[in-house]
Design a protein around this ligand. Structure first.
Ligand code: SF4
Length: 245
């Protein structure tokens, strides 16, 4: 790996929220802050794992996960791995947090109440805006592929371990835009600690792909969130017009 390739790879790690890397040799200090490594152009002969192999495909990623992935503790309570569904050539990918009970049982993302709301939001907004798409035309997946116990939020190590598959999915699809739903997805994709309220409605970037942050549909299901529903509709309109106009 030459200096330019290494710089690119370090930038990629920084983009996905990895702040420190551990290398086995060539650098006296065991910890390299990613940002300073990029800025200073450090040359390291370390063998960083490639997160996105050449010619990566969704099929290959699914195979790499395997049928009984045990890379993190979320394997303990899951019934089915929920990889993702939809159009694999889609210009738009929705990213949620993780599977719930219905998704865990069926092995498909967003099939419970929140999923039904997401379907309605996509299809009703598209129809009102004159955009001829339906839910199967987009791709939908989550940060973690196995259901967290009691529907808790995924923990940082779980997000980091399973996040490698999400990033490979995004790189394999290379959509025109990503819609990150909820704070876990925003945190995973943008590597930020900012809340959804602050991030939503504006364009951000993951690598060179525009990212819109909006509320998670399960948050919108709560009766008092009328204003959030209106805002989510605005966010969705922006994304759909950006991708399909
Ligand atoms: S959440 Fe991801 S990394 Fe963890 S066990 Fe499931 S598939 Fe494997």
């Amino acid at each position: 790996m030459n200096a330019d390739q290494l710089r690119e790879q370090l930038k990629f790690y920084r983009d996905i929220g990895v702040d420190e890397l551990y290398v086995r040799e060539a650098i006296p200090s065991p910890v390299i802050p990613v940002s300073s490594s990029i800025d200073e152009g450090v040359t390291v002969a370390s063998a960083l794992p490639s997160l996105a192999p050449e010619g990566d495909t969704l099929e290959k990623i699914r195979q790499d996960i395997g049928d009984d992935c045990r890379r993190c503790r979320l394997c303990e309570g899951r019934a089915k791995i929920v990889f993702g569904s939809g159009n694999e050539q889609s210009g738009l990918v929705f990213v949620g947090e993780g599977p719930g009970a219905d998704e865990d049982a069926q092995g498909l993302p967003f099939v419970g109440r929140a999923g039904q709301l997401l379907t309605q939001m996509i299809e009703n907004t598209a129809s009102k805006e004159g955009i001829p798409i339906r839910r199967p035309d987009v791709y939908i997946c989550n940060v973690v592929k196995c259901r967290p116990p009691e529907n808790r939020a995924p923990q940082p190590d779980e997000m980091e371990i399973c996040g490698q598959f999400l990033f490979r999915q995004l790189m394999a699809i290379r959509p025109k835009a990503i819609c990150a739903m909820g704070s876990t997805a925003a945190k995973a994709v943008l590597g930020t600690k900012e809340g959804v309220t602050k991030l939503r409605g504006k364009w951000h970037k993951w690598r060179d792909i525009p990212v819109m942050v909006t509320y998670h549909p399960s948050y919108l299901l709560r009766a008092y969130n009328v204003e959030a529903k209106r805002e989510a509709w605005e966010d969705l309109k922006k994304v759909l017009h950006f991708v399909y106009d």
